[in-house]
Design a protein around this ligand. Structure first.
Ligand SMILES: [Zn+2]
Ligand SMILES: [Zn+2]
Length: 134
């Protein structure tokens, strides 16, 4: 990876800090609300920072919730293709890692004469603490 992609601007770092300190995925307007105290006023700046963070794999988007989560995996290769385990009871989100999913889906796509580009997978169920409560 080229070195310049690892150097974040002040805005990007601020957005990343907020996501990293949150235990749950955040919506863009929640990030904006938090960030206004730190001098970033425009939603566009937040979206730009998020786009860049997603591009370099530091942040993932959870499409169905329209929210963002900081990647906790060193050297995550997910970037645009992501897989999440989402608890239906408490909304806790855990990222599934493992690049085998990309090769699995691209093989399945090939079989269907379809060119694979990315996937966004969301698996619903109960997390570790919720599965014993019910
Ligand atoms: Zn990741
Ligand atoms: Zn749960």
């Amino acid at each position: 990876m080229a070195l310049e992609t690892l150097i974040l601007t002040k805005n990007q770092q601020t957005v990343l800090d907020i996501l990293e300190s949150s235990s749950e995925p955040l919506k863009a307007y929640t990030i904006l609300f938090d960030i206004q105290k730190k001098g970033i006023k425009s939603p566009l700046q937040v979206y730009r920072a998020l786009d860049k963070l997603i591009e370099i794999g530091k942040v993932h988007k959870i499409e169905s919730r329209n929210s963002y989560i900081a990647c906790k995996h060193e050297g995550c290769t997910a970037k645009t293709s992501t897989s999440f385990l989402i608890c239906e009871n408490c909304d806790k989100v855990k990222e599934l890692t493992g690049n085998n999913l990309i090769s699995y889906f691209s093989k399945q796509s090939d079989k269907n004469n379809f060119q694979y580009r990315k996937h966004s997978l969301e698996i619903y169920g109960l997390c570790e603490s919720c599965k014993f409560k019910n």
